[in-house]
Ligand binder design. Structure first.
Ligand code: SF4
Length: 377
């Protein structure tokens, strides 16, 4: 048996003193920014000006903030907009429609984000933690463990930075405005609960308070931290909850998603249905298709019975194998039969596209290849 991962809902990894990043305006709501600006001896309206640059115009270079007096520009931007993310690598594939960014944080931690352009929308996949403590054995990030939680601003800044990349027209064949954010990068979002919820509020508040995204265009994923799922259902948010199920039976899920040893499939699904009924939002059930592990017809039938009649949609994910790993993607005919059985049970099912494969697109693979720890050896 795999040992249990770190306790969920713990604000920071136990036994460590995380090196907090410098405070940034995205950590604060507008009132908090105004108070901070006043502390710096400047009129409160400067907070709104800075916020308009950052969230509204996606400008982070003080030299371009010409409505601020030159004498205070650098000082204010230095205090409220310190650099949080230093690009280490930016890679493009899918003819420029997918761009992957690897960032170094102020303490040397590496995290990654992906920008994906579609004809009708632009989506950013962001990280909520440096590393991850959930220890899913098929995942590159899970092999290296958790380094630390990201701050609210470190989470938000990934989306704002890549919104700027999209606005520059760098994503071919897509609208220039970022419209969707998914918390499906490195980390378990609900294990960094309060910062992730703050980040959602900031991403969805209208500019200059925030980035002005629709809550319905934000997806928060979880491996099934039941108390946090129930808490999220009561936040008054209408974001999509994506549940990484990966197996319909406890015996296999205990292995694939070790937190299942604590909260079983039935409890996790109960919390998912509670989320659906309290928010009216359809739950997205994520299922990585792993050859000869979880892709048998009887598991499709069991999953179909568990989900039939529920406000749920299944998103099958062809596994993106990590180098040297024993886990591989299911063959296409097996995948098609899995889909057929789920649909026959009346469960809405799609297969996720596999964006970014050629640039180490699975979560954690780019960071792992940078540090040479891609395969959990
Ligand atoms: S699959 Fe997600 S939750 Fe599991 S170890 Fe990887 S990043 Fe963490």
């Amino acid at each position: 048996m795999t040992s249990l991962p770190v306790l969920p809902l713990s604000p920071d990894p136990p036994g460590r003193r995380p090196a907090l990043p410098p405070r940034h305006l995205a950590d604060l709501d507008l009132a908090g920014r105004q108070a901070l600006v006043a502390e710096l001896g400047e009129p409160a309206f400067r907070a709104r000006q800075l916020s308009t640059h950052y969230f509204g115009r996606l400008v982070r270079d003080p030299a371009r903030m010409t409505d601020l007096p030159a004498a205070t520009r650098e000082r204010l931007a230095g205090s409220l907009m310190p650099r949080l993310l230093t690009p280490v690598r930016e890679l493009a594939c899918d003819d420029g429609a997918t761009r992957k960014a690897l960032w170094r944080l102020h303490d040397g931690s590496l995290v990654e984000s992906v920008l994906m352009g579609y004809p009708d929308r632009v989506t950013v996949c962001i990280s909520s933690q440096a590393g991850c403590g959930m220890a899913c054995p098929f995942c590159a990030t899970g092999q290296a463990g958790l380094t630390r939680n990201l701050s609210t601003a470190e989470i938000v800044d990934q989306a704002v930075y890549l919104a700027g990349v999209a606005a520059s027209g760098a994503v071919s064949g897509s609208p220039p405005r970022l419209s969707h954010v998914v918390f499906m990068g490195m980390g378990e979002p609900l294990a960094n609960y309060s910062r992730v919820v703050d980040a959602v509020r900031r991403l969805c508040a209208p500019a200059p308070e925030g980035l002005g995204l629709s809550q319905r265009h934000v997806t928060v994923s979880t491996v099934g931290l039941v108390p946090a799922m129930r808490r999220l259902a009561g936040e008054g948010l209408s974001v999509t909850l994506a549940l990484s199920l990966h197996a319909p039976d406890d015996e296999l899920r205990d292995e694939l998603v070790p937190v299942n040893q604590r909260w079983k499939v039935a409890e996790v699904l109960d919390a998912a249905w509670d989320y659906a009924s309290r928010t009216g939002r359809r739950v997205s059930v994520e299922y990585a298709m792993i050859r000869d592990v979880n892709d048998q017809p009887w598991r499709a039938d069991l999953l179909g019975r568990l989900l039939a009649g529920r406000l749920a949609h299944v998103n099958l994910i062809p596994l993106n194998p990590t180098p040297g790993s024993r886990w591989d993607a299911s063959p296409k005919p097996v995948e098609r039969e899995f889909v057929r059985r789920l649909r026959e049970a009346g469960v809405s099912t799609t297969v996720r596209d596999t964006r970014g494969r050629e640039i180490d697109g699975a979560c954690g693979q780019l960071a792992a290849s940078e540090t040479g720890s891609a395969d959990g050896r």
